[in-house]
Each structure stands twice: as C-alpha cells, then as structure tokens.
Design a protein. Sequence first.
Length: 286
Amino acid sequence: MTRRNALSSAIYNVYSPKEQWERMWKDRTFEREVKWCEYRELRKHLIEVLGKMEDPFVVEAGCGMGAWVAYLSKHGIRNVVGLDNYAPALEELKRQVPDSHVIEGDVRELPFHDGSVDACISLGVVEHFPEGPTSLILEMFRVLRPGGFLFLTVPYYDLFRRLFIHPLRGAFLKAKSKIRKRQLYFVEYRFTRSELAGIVRGCGFELVRVATDEYEPTRFALGLFVDLPLLRGDQEWALNRLGRGVRWAACRISPWLTTGGMLLLARKPLSTPLKTDERKSVGATE
C-alpha cells in the first residue's frame, strides 16, 4: 500500500479485515451508542450548525447503528438519512427508531442528486479506506448543495502518538506477527490537522473550523483510553484516577495534547458550479 505523503500515519494489526469487522461489531448495542452521543464534544457542533438551518436534509455516510441519526432526530433535526453497508446495524436502528430513514449501500456511491443535501456527516469512516479518504470526501462534495456543510471526524495523529505510541505499537506488532506467523493488515489512517485540512480543501471545500473530538467529562477519554491501557478505568472509555489526573492537567495546557480525534467542519462554496453525473445522480431517497 502506498502512503499519500509523509504526514499520514497508517495503523496495522494482525487481524484480517474479516476479523477486524467482527471485533468492531462485537458487544456493540444501540443503547450504548446513543448514550455516548451525550458525552461527545461533537454534539455541540452538530446542534449549533444544523439547529440554525430550516428543516435541513442531512445524510450520515457510514452511520453504523445510527446513534447520531437517532440523537439528531431527538433534538428536532428529523430529516436525517443514515447510510451504511452493514444491514444488521440498519435493521437494529429501524427496530429501535421505526420512523428513521436508512439506506444500505456504499458510502462512496451516495444515491442522491448532485447538490441535493444540506449537510453530510461522516464520523470515523474515511480513515478506513486504504486508498485514502478522497473518494468519499469528493462524493459528499458532489451531493452537497452550494453552502452545504460537511462534518468529518478522524483519529488525530498528535506529537505523542508520532514520537512514542506509534513506534512502540509498530515494534510490538512486528514481533507479534512473527510469533503468530501472521501478516499485518491495514486498519486505519490517523491525520494531523494540517494534513486533513489540506485534503478537504483539495476536494473543493472551504474550511470553517477544526476542533477536538473527545468526551467532555475528564473522567472519559478516547485518546488516552486507546493509547495507554494503564490509564483505563473499569468501564468503557472511563479513566482511572491517574488517567483523570493526566487528562485534567493536559487540558489545562491544551485539549489537543490528549484528544483521540478531531472534527473538521467545512462548507461547499456558494459559487460552485454543479456538474451532473447521470450515473451517480439516481435520486434522493427518503
């Protein structure tokens, strides 16, 4: 696999794509997914922007179980369509929220007209394409109306991960692959702020803001929980006393020191000319 440039960082593991898929969905429940929406910093950005729009048509590309589809609907943003390629997750969303709108399909082939969508949401999705995130970002650019918004979250490649976590993880996995006699498989990319901003601008978007994507109470954390097992508490995403102290102290300096992810909010320029693609413009599905 070819890396796009020196800034991008790829993560590998000894688990095959099929095994990664099974591990990702293991023990996930709709109730738990919705619960964590309440703690994410992301919710403030979504409500702030979408809440000012009049009945926006929103598409979540790669919605999984649809926790954010349900969350936004609960907060008055009802015209939301969730799209994913995993049918059991969509079926669970429909069971939990019968009036929700879902589509089974490939996020890189969105079944909507050019310029027909007010906002696209893609949360923890684009980093999983080995070829890079550009194809999905361009597809969301296509379906967004001029002035429409893109909400994009990805894992953050901070200095701590660059200098310590990734080299240590890489050495450990190389040894593990030799012991198990298994090859290493691609998992995801992690991005710096400048790299992701450059990619999104290169796809035609105007950058609105870049923010941390974390849990708000300092007792929970995405980054520290994933990177440092010795800081984990007895619940998912919860930190022990030492971890809470580390995060509290780091956040006093900058929240970017410990954030596990970042949010990029971008806008499609108002002057963008639409180019009709008959193959992709198969109609907005409600």
